[in-house]
Design a binder for this molecule. Structure first.
Ligand code: NAD
Length: 470
């Protein structure tokens, strides 16, 4: 139903071709989706959890069977390589796997708290809930939300990024095939106007959001004002700290993979490399490693022309302010794809800590090197940045690693790992301005977020020895 009359074209960043278009949902479409979800919730919310997880088992199997086709779709609409697309889908399916363990996790507790008096807990679904997701992981980030929300007994409305709206539609088809009742999971396409309608809707009781920090903050404020439970994950500026005793080859490969994987469009990507003391050999190895990357072959595209231009502006500004651009990804072209959006790997050296290239989320394959004399100075820079998704250290010394781990101000820490995304059932979530709300989005925190606990206390006068039978 087109109720705004507004359509958005979906453009493949790979070659600039059109993949189709979506209708932006307005008031009528949002109301209709909420009403359908409400009706579906009557049965779904009461379905025993052992039954609720059965479609998830089947969905996982179907997604694995159709991995090739799904990866191509993610790659076409997002621009990442097929291998990266597949890795993201498999990572998301780990959350599906975790959700299938809800029958064990939802058992609750029971204890006799005084003679003849028992307390027990049951967790109930919330009702109609929604999830709003970004462009950079069209499959994985939605899978942080819908498996847990649905297995917990909620009916889930998904508002994907208008830049990558096609993969979620395929998920809906797979769930139909997997036997999930209609309307338990719906996609509501649109842009910020649709998000605002969802957040204001009184029929929706909870919202999960993943996207940039300014929007996460807005979403958190709007959703809490309208009385919803909300968890909003935001952007990042991740710092990797390298000390001179780090393994040169491991560090170079790992740092570059972190900074350039998914063309740097990951909330866990390396963005600032803080070199402590003399790390020139390691920096030279990083530079060599970056030069091996070929845009369009070993590295994917940037989501849009506007994003490409934004990234290049940061490099221009750094150069104008006196930085050395040791590897320059500006003007990258890919043979046969003149209309694709590409920026090559970029290594910027010689900036001060306060420079925009060292502070803002650039969200491209750009690594800015900052040089300091001590680990304390490195930690001061990391601690001083407002975000808090990831921070990593490269060292061969366990004591140095431990010191860093305890003092870095981020929710996910890497030791010799530049993308320290925890594998499920360890949960995903940052700190500081990378998260608004309480808890992580996956793992047992996800279970808590999508459910509410009811605590029952019972007392039976069995001591009298009399009941209706006696
Ligand atoms: P975005 O914030 O522009 O958009 C995210 C979602 O919000 C989209 O669905 C979009 O339609 C909607 N939206 C955009 N502007 C809005 C507004 N003013 N009001 C309401 N809704 C609005 O993010 P993006 O560019 O799609 O994704 C990249 C960002 O996501 C980066 O900042 C990245 O770090 C972040 N991200 C964070 C995590 C994490 O776990 N913390 C994971 C992935 C991506």
């Amino acid at each position: 139903m087109v109720d705004q009359g507004k359509r958005i074209e979906v453009v493949s960043p790979v070659d600039g071709s059109s993949l189709g278009s979506i209708d932006v949902a307005g008031v009528r479409r949002v109301n209709e989706a909420v009403e359908r979800a409400r009706s579906a919730f009557v049965d779904w919310g009461r379905t025993p959890v052992k039954e609720r997880v059965q479609p998830l088992f089947r969905f996982k199997q179907l997604a694995e069977q159709q991995m090739g086709e799904l990866s191509k779709l993610v790659s076409a609409e997002n621009g990442k390589t097929i291998a990266e697309a597949e890795a993201g889908i498999r990572k998301g399916l780990e959350v599906v796997e975790f959700a299938t363990s809800f029958p064990s996790l939802l058992q609750g507790g029971l204890l006799e708290v005084s003679p003849g008096v028992d307390c027990h807990t049951r967790r109930y679904p919330l009702g109609v809930v929604c999830g709003i997701t970004p462009f950079n992981f069209p499959a994985m980030v939605p899978m942080w939300m819908f498996p847990l929300a649905i297995a917990a007994g909620n009916c889930f409305l998904h508002k994907p990024s208008e830049q990558t709206p096609l993969t979620p539609l395929r998920f809906i088809e797979l769930f139909r095939e997997a036997g999930l009742p209609e309307d338990v999971f719906q996609v509501v396409q649109g842009d910020r106007t649709t998000v605002e309608l969802l957040l204001d809707h009184s029929g929706i009781v909870a919202a999960a959001f993943v996207g940039s920090t300014p929007v996460a903050r807005l979403v958190y404020e709007q959703a809490t004002t309208s009385g919803k439970r909300v968890l909003a994950l935001g952007g990042a500026k991740n710092h990797l700290v390298v000390v001179p005793d780090a393994d040169v080859e491991l560090t170079a490969k790992n740092v570059v993979a972190s900074a350039t994987g998914c063309a740097g469009q990951r909330c866990m990507a390396a963005s600032v490399l803080v070199a402590v003391g003399d790390c020139d050999v390691i920096l030279a190895a990083i530079e060599d490693e970056m030069r091996k990357i070929v845009p369009g072959e070993t590295m994917g595209a940037i989501i849009s022309r506007a994003a490409q231009e934004r990234i290049e502006r940061y490099i221009d500004q750094a150069e104008a302010d006196g930085a050395t651009i040791r590897v320059d990804g500006r003007g990258a072209t890919v043979s046969g794809k003149p209309h694709g959006f590409y920026v090559g790997p970029t290594l910027i050296d010689g900036l001060e800590a306060g420079h925009p290239a060292a502070c803002d989320e650039i969200f491209g394959p750009v690594l800015t090197v900052l040089r300091v004399g001590t680990l304390e100075e490195a930690l001061a820079i990391e601690n001083g940045n407002p975000f808090g998704n990831a921070a990593s250290i490269y060292t061969t010394n366990g004591a140095t690693a431990r010191y860093f781990e305890q003092r870095a101000s981020a929710g996910m820490i890497g030791v010799n790992i530049g993308v320290p995304v925890p594998r499920e059932p360890f949960s995903f979530g940052g700190w500081n301005d990378s998260r608004f709300g309480v808890g992580d989005i996956t793992g047992t925190d996800g279970l808590s977020f999508w459910t509410k606990a009811k605590k029952t206390t019972t007392k039976w006068s069995v001591d009298s020895g009399r009941n209706w039978m006696s």
